[in-house]
Design a protein around this ligand. Structure first.
Ligand code: PMP
Length: 441
């Protein structure tokens, strides 16, 4: 599967000669597995807040960044990381107050049944560790995920990332089910269908002699095309996995840390208490911090038998970054901002949708929004060409987003949580211009 919104090297001839030379060096040094975004790759050298600058000094509105969720180079995170880096960086085999304080602060944002948190460096590693613990606790191997899920890249987790493409092998321990679909499945059926599909997958797995250990989902289904609604639809599937003896793991790498506005965590939208929560990306605002929170009983035996050490996971600099992120979300009211500016942006996008039949639906929560492009509203057939056109038109006009979903037709809009209304207006004007150009192209 080719990556959505990937640079195609056949276009090399149209690029700036210096960038073309850098791409050639990059391919020689890094090899063939990496991809670049956009028809004309972006060569950025600096960032601040929601803005990025390229090497020619041109400014771009970054509406696609869930890592630097507090904005690029947030001064309080930069300061916290540099201050700690200049005093001490070690690891979790020495006593250090900050990692304990950070763990306590994180757990305080979660339901009280999630009593422990363990630290890793990437979302992949967090899911990998969650799986080890889930399999050890249940004594089972099976995992059910959604059809276009992305949960990371390690050997164990890549088989849980079908969005990487068909080349990545999947063992008999894994079953895929259809993701929810906010456009094609009536809201009232969403929860029932998901649970029914999960039941079929469990039966199918059992026919192969595999017992279900876990149901693992990104609670906003980002790579499946963003499906946060209707709130609560996840509950029947979660009840089912538990009644079948498995556990529910909420992958909060995308929705976590206030992105959805109404809630700090994506699972809260569904009024759920997961057995485990994995998190990453925005946790350190660019510093690699990730982790797994869990019910204490899940890790009792694992903890006694398998000691855990992660050289960089949970080091004092990571803790300083993580603490600064929690402070800034609170002090700058970023959850409220995500709610308010997210609603403004959604309204603006709905207005654009009213003028363009190519847009079948605008959906999302807080500052995570999706615009689904279709060929016609009767069949809702995916329109990847319009989505691709809009993404690249925006990029040429100084606004960055991307696309996702099974039909590569869903615009994915995910600006840093510090986005203000004036910037949202700039964004909306650019989107209007892009759709106007698409309809006259
Ligand atoms: N889970 C989800 C839902 C993700 O979106 C990602 C990253 N895109 C990961 C896990 C993996 O995180 P990382 O790239 O930090 O390994």
């Amino acid at each position: 599967m080719t990556m959505i919104n990937a640079y195609d090297r056949a276009r090399a001839g149209q690029l700036d000669p210096q960038d073309r030379a850098l791409i050639a060096r990059r391919e020689r040094a890094l090899g063939p597995a990496y991809r670049l975004f956009y028809e004309e790759p972006l060569h950025i050298v600096r960032g601040k807040g929601v803005w990025l600058w390229d090497k020619a000094g041109r400014k771009y509105l970054d509406a696609y960044n869930n890592v630097v969720s507090l904005g690029h180079c947030h001064p309080r995170v930069v300061e916290a990381v540099s201050a700690q880096m200049s005093v001490l960086n070690s690891h979790t085999r020495y006593l250090h107050e900050d990692i304990v304080t950070y763990a306590e602060r994180l757990l305080a944002t979660m339901p009280h049944t999630l009593g422990h948190v363990m630290f890793t460096c990437t979302g992949s590693e967090a899911n990998d560790l969650a799986l080890r613990i889930a399999r050890s606790y249940t004594g089972r191997q099976g995992v059910i995920i959604t059809r276009l899920a992305y949960h990371g890249v390690t050997e164990a987790v890549s088989e849980l990332s079908p969005s990487l493409g068909d080349f990545v092998p999947r063992s008999s321990r894994v079953r895929l089910i259809d993701a929810p679909d906010g456009l094609r499945i009536p809201a009232a059926d969403q929860g029932v269908k998901l649970a029914a599909d999960l039941a079929l997958a469990i039966a199918d797995m059992r026919a192969d002699g595999v017992e279900p250990a876990a149901f693992l989902v990104d609670t906003v289904f980002s790579s499946d095309g963003l499906h946060p609604d209707p709130a609560g639809f996840l509950q029947p599937a979660v009840d089912l996995i538990r009644s079948e003896g498995g556990i529910f793991i909420a992958d909060e790498v995308q929705p976590g840390f206030a992105r959805t506005g109404d809630h700090f965590w994506g699972f809260q939208r569904h009024d759920l208490v997961p057995d485990m929560v994995t998190m990453g990306k925005p946790m350190g605002n660019g510093f690699p911090v990730s982790g797994v929170a869990m019910r204490p009983d899940l890790v009792q035996e694992f903890g006694a038998k398998a000691r855990y050490f992660n050289t960089f996971g949970g080091n004092p600099v990571a803790a300083a970054a993580g603490l600064a992120v929690l402070d800034v979300i609170q002090d700058e009211g970023l959850q409220e901002n995500a709610s308010r500016v997210g609603a403004f942006l959604k309204e603006g996008l709905e207005e654009v949708a009213r003028c363009h039949p190519a847009i079948a639906q605008v959906r999302g929560a807080g500052l995570f929004l999706a615009v689904e492009c279709v060929l016609d509203r009767q069949t809702n057939a995916p329109d990847a060409a319009t989505a691709g056109f809009v993404v690249n038109h925006l990029r040429r006009n100084g606004v960055l987003i991307s696309a996702s979903g099974p039909g590569a037709n869903i615009l994915k809009i995910r600006p840093p949580l510090v986005l203000q209304e004036v910037e949202a207006e700039i964004f909306l004007d650019a989107v209007k211009a892009a759709f106007a150009a698409a309809s006259s192209a």
